[in-house]
Design a protein. Structure first.
Length: 111
């Protein structure tokens, strides 16, 4: 969890502290389309259950993701972006646009 003591003084560094691994970026990407259950995220993100659980817990602690547990058997758990998490949409949109341009350049030069 980010504290005042370990918080990066650089805004880019702070963003990387929050979402600086590939799993968190992919989780946010998938939750931008709406609420997802654990199994849906596991399948689309491709992380192991342990890695996915760890990242979701960290994101929940930082206020990026909300977790709703339904009192059913078997238990149903749904994940959604919070308002803060959803505010990352423009960041991911720009990353996707950059990735598409880079992919096109690679295809042109290496294809």
């Amino acid at each position: 969890m980010i504290t005042l003591k370990n918080m990066s003084p650089c805004p880019v560094g702070l963003l990387l502290q929050l979402i600086g691994n590939k799993w968190k970026i992919l989780i946010i990407r998938d939750l931008l389309t709406g609420v997802k259950r654990f199994g849906e995220l596991k399948k689309s993100v491709g992380a192991s259950p342990k890695v996915l659980t760890c990242n979701l817990k960290e994101m929940e602690a930082e206020g990026l993701v909300s977790r709703k547990v339904y009192p059913e058997v078997p238990p149903r758990v749904e994940y959604a972006l919070t308002k803060t998490g959803a505010s990352l949409r423009p960041v991911l949109d720009e990353m996707a646009a950059w990735g598409e341009k880079y992919r096109a350049r690679l295809m042109k030069t290496r294809g």
